[in-house]
Design a binder for this molecule. Structure first.
Ligand SMILES: [Zn+2]
Length: 85
């Protein structure tokens, strides 16, 4: 039973590694965001580019969020700290 648990855990970790791009909160650097569609359909488009609206679980930020590579999360957060100073 314990071995089974380890295998499941490894599989889950591998799946997570495959996801390379994540949406990140431009305010606090959290990746715990949820897409929410409160905007009317017409307002979701800025020019020709569809803009998704995000809600951050950590700081209640609401708006668009940049999509970045997972390896860039740390540098993105460092950059955020620099801006705050
Ligand atoms: Zn946030």
């Amino acid at each position: 039973m314990y071995l089974f648990y380890i295998v499941i855990k490894r599989l889950a970790a591998k799946r997570f590694e495959k996801i390379k791009d994540v949406y990140i909160c431009p305010k606090c650097g959290s990746i715990r965001l949820s897409i929410h569609d409160k905007l009317p359909p017409a307002a979701r488009f800025i020019g020709a580019v569809p803009a998704q609206n995000f809600l951050c679980y950590d700081c209640d930020y609401e708006g668009i969020a940049p999509l970045i590579d997972k390896v860039e999360i740390d540098s993105f957060r460092k950059h955020l700290k620099k801006i705050k100073k």
